[in-house]
Design a binder for this molecule. Structure first.
Ligand code: C2E
Ligand code: MG
Ligand code: MG
Length: 331
């Protein structure tokens, strides 16, 4: 008989080569959770639950893998289930809130817009940051209604700012891969713009590099539709995804957001400084604008000014804050 490891390896190997779908090569990643009878449970329901818990550990490895169930995973999967059921109700209970962080023109310090960042005010868990629940929302599909709420709220806020400050500020909204591929996505964006009477070029959708390389056919089509609508498109966390850069010339992006991990060390690490300069130059040669994320220190700001980074965002200007506090800050 085969050992579970051998079976795991065989399945992984089977899925390792790319599959040909028409003209397209697609890669499939595989996450396997293993639970064994009767060691891990003698009850089929619990056995499957344990295998499921192990599978989530495998998924966390962010590459194809199998993981054998261990008893401490039970707590993790229990916690997951609890968060998941709370997350399902959070929209109805109005527990989400958008915070806004300014984006400024680097050279002048002029305010040009803000990024909308979601927070979850859970009565039992307190303020939950997006890194703690967006991945779960993504896995469960809850990101679709949550994301729709975010887009609506963000457009409403931008419209309100236009009325109260008479500045035309843009609003940047993060879009996760599952949300982006949802067939209704383009319509959701169009409706939000219409309902709140926001000009499409005031909305910037932030997409991570991972998405772009995942699913080329659909992605290209959706990006094209959004571009035709006049919505702006940016690549978030640029430099942390894959290194294939050819998508930059074929897709209709307007902006690159340099990941904050590069900005953090620009004053200390020559390598990071060189990369940031190179990204700025590359973006400009492709007629893209650049936003530096995570600007915290005046020295970083000077560096970015000197190297013609178009826009900046970070604690140096302001932390993400509630709409009320944002408007206060603008004043
Ligand atoms: P992101 O889009 O790259 O957002 C920037 C993150 O950097 C935010 O974290 C922000 O608070 C943080 N940040 C801003 N300035 C600084 C700085 O000077 N130093 C440091 N160290 N950090 C800074 P946050 O709000 O925790 O959001 C984390 C991630 O969650 C976001 O990364 C984004 O990918 C995701 N996210 C947030 N809101 C949404 C949403 O509405 N929908 C989706 N799909 N994802 C969201
Ligand atoms: Mg972002
Ligand atoms: Mg980012």
């Amino acid at each position: 008989p085969l050992s579970t490891e051998q079976v795991g390896d065989r399945i992984l190997q089977t899925f390792a080569p790319p599959f040909q779908l028409g003209p397209q090569e697609v890669f499939v990643s595989t996450s396997i959770g293993i639970a064994i009878y009767p060691t891990d449970s003698d009850n089929s329901g619990a056995l499957l639950q344990n295998a499921d818990a192990a599978m989530y550990q495998a998924k966390n490895k962010r590459k194809s893998a199998y993981v054998r169930y261990a008893p401490e995973m039970k707590d993790v999967s229990h916690e997951r289930l609890q968060i998941e059921s709370k997350l399902r109700r959070a929209l109805d209970l109005n527990e989400f809130e958008l915070h806004f962080q300014p984006i400024v023109e680097t050279l002048s310090g002029r305010l040009v817009g803000a990024e909308a960042l979601i927070r979850w005010n859970s009565p039992s868990m307190g303020l939950v940051m997006p890194d703690k629940f967006i991945p779960l929302a993504e896995e469960t599909g809850l990101i679709i209604p949550i994301g729709e709420w975010v887009i609506g709220k963000a457009c409403a806020a931008a419209r309100e700012w236009e009325e109260t400050t008479s500045l035309q500020l843009s609003i940047a909204v993060n879009v996760s891969p599952r949300q982006f591929r949802d067939p209704g996505f383009v319509d959701i964006v169009r409706q939000a713009l219409e309902i709140h009477q926001l000009s499409p070029d005031c909305l910037e959708l932030e997409i991570t590099e991972h998405l772009i390389l995942d699913n080329t056919i659909e992605t290209a089509d959706i990006l094209q539709q959004l571009d035709t609508m006049g919505v702006r498109l940016s690549v978030d966390d640029f430099g942390t995804g894959y290194s294939a850069l050819s998508y930059l010339k074929s897709y209709p992006f307007d902006t690159l957001k340099i990941d904050k991990s590069f900005i953090r060390d620009i004053m200390a690490e020559e390598g990071d400084a060189a990369l940031v300069k190179a990204i700025i130059n590359m973006a400009h040669s492709l007629s893209l604008e650049v936003i530096a994320e995570g600007v915290e220190e005046p020295e970083q700001n000077l560096f970015l000014q000197e190297h013609h980074c178009d826009y900046s965002q970070g604690y140096f200007y302001n932390r993400p804050v509630s709409n009320t506090d944002f408007l206060e800050w603008v004043r």
